[in-house]
Design a protein around this ligand. Structure first.
Ligand code: TXA
Ligand code: MG
Length: 326
């Protein structure tokens, strides 16, 4: 049996999906970053099913999605000028803020932390769904734990299938990499995961330089696990532009940055024919997935400049490259 998929632009589909959420079901829905696997954040049984379907370790907290920044008090008492400034500038959008939590937020959502990750997604269907459900929606990316995140409804249906009650199809995701996670829970604020909002934009809004959390500082943000966003095929990030494919290692695929592949590759994907990191981010996960399905022995990835969205792209590539056992 396959998943039930409905077009996200139809009001009747939104109403049906909201009803599924209200009665404790799971809805996969589009956001501007990646597809999310949503449950009513205040229903611990529904949230438990999210972990089950994703085969996700329960220590990994979920992001709570709100329809509007004005709903923040439902999940967090945080109300300082920085939160207001960041919300005004980046919400709706690909920024998750880690803030102090209200005790009403179930422990399963926060993994028992005294903080909660919150974001207001920009995709109109996400907004419509959360508003119609009239409840905050806890949602991880709609992929099995550790695998590449889905950027189309077909990816979700293929990966999670009938375990999801309903998939809303809102087309391919515009941003293509997950939200930037910024923790305001301690001092100074720190980026726990680079993502759709570039570090430079956050630094400008806050008027201070931001650190990106090192491995030891983020054991409780396991999207930060060393091995994550991974293809099943081994992947290596090249030190610079690709040359000819190496010989004697079987079928080699290339994740190229801008230009078509040099000789010798069994398969190739070009991330950004126009050279822009925005285009590359939007193509990244679908390209990785196609290479992963091409029967390769090795995927080589060209590096990109670590500026703007380049931080998030290189972060995902390095995690896909990491060995499973540190
Ligand atoms: O763009 C996105 O953020 C997508 C879409 C669906 O919104 N969601 C997403 O969720 O990427 P997920 O669960 O795949 O990644 C969320 C990350 C996890 O690594 C989790 O550890 C971290 O957010 N996180 C959530 N709440 C946290 C908290 N209170 N403190 C620290 N990290 C937190
Ligand atoms: Mg994820």
């Amino acid at each position: 049996m396959s998943a039930r998929v409905l077009p996200a632009h139809e009001p009747a589909a939104i109403d049906e999906a909201a009803a599924v959420l209200r009665r404790g079901g799971l809805v996969a829905f589009p956001t501007e970053t990646v597809y999310g696997l949503g449950a009513d954040a205040f229903n611990p049984r529904a949230v438990a099913r999210v972990f089950e379907v994703k085969a996700r370790p329960s220590f990994d907290p979920l992001i709570v999605h709100l329809a509007d920044a004005a709903d923040l008090p439902r999940v967090s008492p945080a109300d300082d000028p920085r939160v207001r400034a960041l919300a005004a500038r980046f919400w709706p959008g690909p920024l998750t803020l880690v803030l102090s939590r209200r005790p009403e937020v179930p422990d399963l959502v926060t993994s028992g932390l005294d903080t909660v990750g919150v974001r207001v997604p920009a995709h109109p269907a996400a907004h419509a769904l959360i508003a119609a459900a009239e409840t905050p929606v806890a949602a991880p990316s709609a992929n099995p734990f550790g695998y590449v995140s889905p950027t189309t409804a077909a990816h979700v249906a293929e990966l999670l299938g009938p375990a999801v009650d309903l998939v809303l199809d809102g087309g391919p995701c515009r941003v293509g990499v997950e939200s930037t996670i910024l923790s305001l829970a301690g001092e100074p604020p720190v980026i726990l995961r680079p993502g759709g909002v570039p570090r430079e934009a956050l630094e400008e809004a806050l008027g201070l330089p931001l650190g990106v959390a090192g491995r030891m500082e983020r054991p409780l943000a396991p999207g930060q696990l060393e091995k994550h966003y991974a293809t099943r095929t081994p992947l290596r990030v090249l030190p610079g532009p690709a040359g000819r494919a190496p010989e004697g290692v079987g079928r080699v695929g290339l994740l190229a940055w801008r230009a078509a592949a040099p000789e010798g590759y069994a398969a190739a994907e070009v991330l950004a024919p126009d050279g822009s990191p925005e285009t590359a981010a939007a193509n990244l996960f679908a390209a990785l997935r196609r290479l992963d399905a091409a029967g390769l022995d090795l995927i080589l990835a060209e590096p990109c400049d670590e500026a703007g969205l380049g931080h998030a792209i290189m972060d995902r590539l390095r995690r896909a490259e990491a060995p499973s056992t540190p």
